[in-house]
Design a protein around this ligand. Structure first.
Ligand SMILES: [Mn+2]
Length: 391
């Protein structure tokens, strides 16, 4: 738009100069044209820069000031990145007198995530349906379309702050930076934009935003987990945000979050998955047996994949009449989601799916006895599916 106006202007000036007769007037005309081009180029540059600029913490603060209360919603089964982002936004809101509630659908699973919530002492409420939502403008963090609870599809968020690609937008504020490895890095930048120094609590001034130790620690841990300790998808912004946060973290809480005490059952499940493993070449499967903590199965699968010479693993266990199946692969020939789908295709009560590196399946048998029968068939089905593509 601005480029068009500029080009039209230059063209009309050139036409005028050409139509002028005398030499001096022509020179003045060309000088005027040159100035128009230079000034125009500067304007175009500034405008396009401004248009590309991302919303800053200051813009967020301005929007927040117009609100009375907000609800910060994480995705289902929130991970540290989602929780830290929510805690960060809640703190910014509270600092300027806007009350906030953090809510999440699903469960806070995995001992690391539970430790995160406990150590940082953050209050988060679980919701089952849109009726449970606390009143206020809705902020989605670490996702851009609400999912995972009844009535989610009806929800219109006020704000969306995320690092995933997607169509979801907020009616009041949208900040999607898909080149970032974590949402926590975006939130850390908001603090920095607002002049907060990590870990330094200055004399309180009205509307001043500070960044306390626990929030700096949480945000750093959010970046670390979402980038697998900077080995996956970390951008220079994640590094910059980490450097900014690091000066204000509490090393003791970081250690407690990163290395939480592990439930004895989780260790038992990991141990029996190793003991009961069955290998065919680089493929390993393991039937752990009856368990109550289904989460531990993913950890067992992760750990088994670390065994020397192993490139794909499937771990499964039963709870009542249900069999839970988790697969992991670092073998380019084994797409784990497809493998589990193929293995379970003939079982009517089963469903499965996933990505190349990780898949999951479930058999909802009608009785325990039927479940046991299916489990007997599983090893053959799984090994056949895993070696399906490998000749
Ligand atoms: Mn994330």
């Amino acid at each position: 738009m601005i480029e068009e106006i500029f080009i039209n202007l230059v063209t009309s000036v050139i036409e005028n100069i050409i139509s002028i007769g005398s030499g001096i007037e022509k020179i003045t005309g060309w000088v005027a044209l040159a100035s128009v081009i230079v000034i125009g180029a500067i304007v175009v540059l500034l405008v396009s820069r401004y248009a590309k600029r991302r919303p800053s913490g200051k813009a967020l603060k301005k929007k927040l000031k117009g609100l009375e209360r907000i609800v910060i919603l994480t995705h289902a089964n929130p991970d540290p990145d989602a929780m830290a982002s929510a805690i960060g936004i809640a703190h910014i809101a509270e600092s300027i007198g806007v009350s906030s509630t953090i809510q999440y659908p699903g469960e806070i699973r995995h001992q690391e995530n539970r430790a995160f919530k406990t150590v940082l002492g953050s209050k988060m409420e679980k919701i089952e349906s849109d009726e449970d939502l606390a009143g206020g403008a809705i902020f989605l963090v670490d996702h851009n379309i609400a999912r995972g609870f009844k009535g989610a599809e009806k929800l219109i968020p006020y704000a969306v702050i995320d690092h995933h690609e997607g169509e979801g937008r907020g009616v009041g504020f949208t900040d999607i930076r898909s080149d970032y490895g974590s949402c926590s890095a975006i939130v850390a930048e908001y603090f920095s934009d607002l002049g907060a120094v990590a870990g330094k609590i200055p004399h309180p001034r009205k509307n001043q935003v500070n960044l306390p130790n626990n929030i700096a620690t949480g945000l750093l841990f959010g970046i670390l987990t979402d980038t697998k300790n900077f080995t996956k998808g970390a951008s220079k912004n994640d590094f910059a945000a980490s450097a900014y946060l690091y000066q204000g973290i509490d090393e003791d809480s970081l250690d407690r979050i990163a290395n939480p005490e592990v439930d004895a059952e989780v260790l038992d499940i990991i141990a029996s998955s190793i003991l009961k493993r069955e290998a065919r070449g680089p493929f390993v499967i393991s039937n752990v047996g009856e368990i109550s903590n289904v989460d531990a199965l993913s950890q067992a699968a992760d750990d088994l994949l670390g065994l020397e010479g192993t490139t794909a693993v499937v771990v499964y266990a039963q709870r009542g009449a249900v069999t839970y199946i988790k697969g992991r692969s670092r073998d380019d020939r084994v797409h784990m989601g497809d493998t589990l789908q193929a293995a379970l295709a003939e079982i009517p009560e089963a469903s499965a799916g996933g990505k190349p590196q990780a898949g999951a399946g479930q058999i909802n048998a009608n009785t325990k006895k039927q479940n046991r029968e299916y489990c007997k068939e599983l090893p053959e089905l799984l090994f056949t599916a895993m070696s399906g593509e490998v000749q």
